[in-house]
Ligand binder design. Structure first.
Ligand code: MF3
Ligand code: CO
Length: 290
């Protein structure tokens, strides 16, 4: 337990007195812990100044994805998308978070059709009519991280693929509805999974979401095959992503043995993903990036 006096400065760094800041919060956290729930550690809780910084980063992330949305079309290469992302991000004084992240060579992930995630932009990959593509953008602005991704349908897409893209978006929206202070991450995860299953789809188990804000990938790991009543407590000030990868066929995946990044579905069937970055608030949630 904390040994912090009621009149001491709060641990969150707000500069306010503990009793006027996270004192109540800690009581609630303690109560949940006593009941046996997994509670977040203080380092997962962002203060107002950090939230404001992350919000600004997220605004840039959204603007970059808006730019991609306006320009993406059949005939362009995924390298072209990478160029746009680099240019749009740096021109706003920000840095693309993927660039050189654990050796990732580009500024954005572009994952087409049977690619699940972490596709590497290339001059050799040309978008074709009928493709579905995930563009996953992450931004660092004044040290604050944002992360979100969208799907794009290139020209006329088969009804099956279109449905996969739409249902995956609904999965994220249904998960989002479960985000509330003192709720559980498992409630959110199950809502995502249930909707995917109800449509005959599977959800990737090995890769999920994450805390984000002061780092690109922070704890906790956020699963979308988790169960209601389980998982970490969502406390106000937590920021994490909802980014399920939904597969039309098997949930089994593999990593490209040559580039060591691109993740594919084992059965070559299409996969879709949308990602939002969400803040848990006192009375619900705020979507920071989408
Ligand atoms: N943006 C991805 C995510 O949603 C992470 C990509 S890691 C990278 O978590 F290195 F490939 F960029
Ligand atoms: Co993410």
């Amino acid at each position: 337990m904390e040994t912090i006096g009621r009149n001491d400065p709060c641990w969150c760094g707000s500069g306010k007195k503990y009793k006027k800041c996270h004192c109540h919060f800690d009581e609630k956290l303690h109560e949940m812990k006593q009941k046996g729930f997994l509670v977040p550690s203080h380092k997962f809780i962002k203060n107002q100044e950090q939230i404001e910084g992350i919000r600004k980063s997220a605004k840039i992330n959204i603007a970059v994805l808006d730019y991609v949305a306006e320009h993406i079309k059949a005939g362009i290469t995924t390298q072209q998308i990478d160029d746009w992302v680099y240019e749009q991000t740096t021109s706003q004084g920000a840095i693309p978070a993927p660039l050189n992240y654990e050796g990732f060579p580009k500024s954005v992930c572009t994952s087409i059709n049977n690619q699940v995630c972490h596709g590497i932009p290339s001059d050799d990959i040309v978008l074709e009519e009928g493709d579905i593509i995930n563009v996953d953008v992450s931004t660092i602005y004044h040290g604050y991280f944002s992360d979100s991704s969208r799907m794009f349908c290139i020209g006329e897409v088969s009804p099956e693929k279109k449905k996969l893209v739409e249902v995956t978006k609904e999965c994220v929206e249904l998960g989002l509805k479960q985000v509330k202070p003192w709720g559980l991450l498992g409630d959110m995860g199950q809502a995502v999974h249930d909707h995917a299953k109800a449509n005959g789809y599977t959800v990737v188990r090995e890769i999920g979401g994450h805390g984000v804000g002061l780092e690109f990938h922070e704890d906790p790991y956020v699963s979308y095959v988790s169960q209601k009543g389980h998982g970490m407590v969502m406390a106000p000030g937590m920021i994490f992503t909802i980014e399920p990868m939904v597969n039309m066929g098997t949930d089994k995946i593999f990593v490209d043995e040559f580039d060591d990044w691109t993740v594919y579905t084992e059965d070559d069937m299409p996969s879709a993903q949308w990602e939002i970055q969400v803040l848990v608030t006192e009375d619900g949630y705020e979507v920071l990036a989408y």
